[in-house]
Design a protein around this ligand. Sequence first.
Ligand code: NAD
Length: 337
Amino acid sequence: MLKKTAQKTILVAGGAGFVGSHLCEALLRQGHRVICLDSFLTGNIENVRALCAFREFRLVRQDVIEPIRLSEALDRVYNLASPASPPQYQADPIHTMMTNVVGTRNLLALAAEHGATFLQASTSEVYGDPEVHPQSEDYRGSVNCTGSRACYDEGKRAAEALCFDYRRRGTADVRVARIFNTYGPHMRADDGRIVSNLIVQALKGESLTIYGSGEQTRSFCYVSDLVEGLMALMEVGDAPDGAVNLGNPSEFTVTALAHLVQRMVPSAAGIVHRPLPEDDPRRRRPDIRRARDLLGWEPRVPLSEGLPQTAAWFVNHLAGSLPPPARPGRRAAAASA
Ligand code: NAD
């Protein structure tokens, strides 16, 4: 247990989501008081049910678009509140934009009022479909501001602008993390993200869907690595001048990922190709030199470890809705069908 002076009161907006729930748990384990504020738009009470047993954990159901009033004095504010997968953020694009703009403004104002340090969960989507590779923080991005992903990409870009305006005015101590593809337990089975999609399809014995040729690349960061990076950025003495990329620089094609899943899950069937969605980025790999230099952070969990851990979690989580375990030879038969 932390001494009273070291114990902080920390707000995690979006704390019932995939990343937020792991962050809440890690902060509680360090001995802090955690307030998880979430509208449950894409979050899940199951992600934080075990945390509700901690005396130092409080759950507030609220949309960040509405003015936020809390009775506790806050030391830290993490803003993770935003749907993150394309089907979810495109379901109500205007609400997504408002969540990122109005919601971030509300949380920045709250941090300023409390003198709390603020961390914004931004995204590699601010780079759009990048023309430079790998992406360093100085790259200004190639985003289609009228496309169907703009509600998220441009919402996050506007949120970054707000963060740095608060900082320039000296009203809040602000840090901005640009998060690249992250995966792990607590992802939703139906959220349409590539890792959860492929694992869930494999466990159900369905064909694995690849959008486009499969030659597009992504870099996958295990959630425990990301949470360590977020906490290191929040606690680093001097706020970095700009945003900081957090992601795993190991790059895989989507086809290579699908093959890894096929090798790992005996029930996985063959691969089917579907058209690439609008504005889907062709290449993604973070340049993490800034995070290494400033935070001493780099990811430690390779895909070969993180993927089986994620699949094992889905097996437990989906128990009852999965077909019986595959008999030897079934995959070969399905793959050739
Ligand atoms: P998630 O959808 O699992 O979690 C987001 C949480 O925010 C959910 O619990 C949701 O209910 C809540 N939320 C959404 N809109 C809200 C609103 N208006 N008011 C209150 N709560 C709201 O997504 P995640 O993967 O955990 O992502 C967390 C953050 O990290 C997001 O801001 C996302 O943009 C960012 N990010 C994630 C990834 C990734 O690969 N997971 C990559 C880049 C950026």
